[in-house]
Structure formats: C-alpha cells, structure tokens
Design a protein around this ligand. Structure first.
Ligand SMILES: [Zn+2]
Length: 193
C-alpha cells in the first residue's frame, strides 16, 4: 500500500467476539474466494435521516485472517479515504491469503457535507458512537452495524484517521492496552510498531 500522507492516525485492536447478524456474515461467506464484493447498507431513523454505509469485501483466494480497514469515520479527513481508494485499486484478491473488509467512507454524510467531526444530519460523532444503538439515530445505527456484524468477524481492525479541518496532527499509530487480552494486545503493539 503506497500511502503518501503527512498525517495518519491508526488505531489497532484485535477482536475476540463471535456475535453477529446473519446477513453480513452470509454475504461474507458467500463471496467467492479470489473475488471482490461491493455493496451498501442503508439506514433510516425517526428524524427522517437516511444514510448509506459502503462496504467492500476482498475475499482472498486462500483462507486466512480477516483485516478490516475503516476510513472516513470522520468524513472530512480525506487522506485515509483517498489511501483506501488507492489501495483498492492495487489489491488483487487472487494474490491474497486471508480477506479484507474495507469501509472506504464510514460517515458518508460528513464526507459529502464537508462536516467537521460530526454527521451533519444527526450531529453525532461516529468516533464516539460505538458500540452504537440499533434504534438510535443514523450514526448510532452505523456504529451498531459495525459492532455487531463486522467486528466479530475481524482478526485485526484498523481505524485510519487524519487531521480534521481544525486539526494539525503529527503522524502516530496507537493500540488498545487491554490487560485482559495480553496476546491480542501484544499483536496490536507489534502491528502498530
Ligand atoms: Zn478522525
């Protein structure tokens, strides 16, 4: 992956859960090895907000670990969004062992609305919305979907940020120091390094 970014913030953690809705899991399992599936999930809330979550599954020819990459949790942070587009243009599923789940723009309303930090529809910051809420506003529903459907399948979860419009960040990578999960924490540390 060629990444020419001045500012890049990475969060790693390894997930251990196993709960998920069948629909995403079925889509993942039904994607043929060595192929790519692109689709969107729609969300609506009681405030009449509507949003979509684009998802790309890159199913490697050989079975292996699953890496999820999340970009655009803050939709105004363009460098990670551009980086995953570039990455998707380069990756070849037939050469891949294991699979990728890529969410190229996690907060589409913030992206299209050029909104700093929050989804302009419901005013919620997706970065603070996890684990989400099934019957919440659209941003909470997006967080709930990712929490229930994608995190449980994922071995390594990478959430890429950049400096938002009001920020000037130094590049850094960080991971969660989960004392109850020493193996996962050690792997996340190694990946961060
Ligand atoms: Zn961010």
């Amino acid at each position: 992956m060629r990444v020419h970014l001045r500012v890049l913030v990475l969060f790693f953690f390894l997930t251990m859960g196993a709960i998920g809705q069948e629909s995403f899991k079925d889509k993942f399992e039904n994607t043929k090895p060595g192929s790519i599936l692109k689709f969107k999930v729609s969300f609506n809330d009681s405030l009449k907000n509507a949003t979509e979550l684009p998802i790309v599954i890159v199913k490697g020819k050989e079975e292996g670990k699953i890496l999820t990459i999340l970009a655009g949790v803050h939709g105004y942070e363009y460098p990670p969004i551009m980086a995953v587009q570039e990455f998707l243009g380069e990756i070849r599923p037939e050469d891949l062992k294991g699979s990728l789940i890529i969410i190229p723009i996690s907060s589409t309303a913030a992206f299209y609305g050029r909104s700093v930090f929050v989804n302009p529809n419901d005013g919620v910051n997706l970065n603070n919305a996890f684990p989400g809420k099934e019957n919440g506003t659209v941003t909470l529903q997006v967080a709930d979907y990712i929490t229930k459907n994608i995190i449980p399948l994922t071995d390594v979860f990478l959430d890429i940020h950049g400096g938002d419009a009001s920020e000037d960040l130094l590049p850094f990578a960080c991971y969660y120091n989960r004392e109850g999960q020493p193996i996962a924490t050690a792997m996340a540390k190694k990946l961060s390094e």
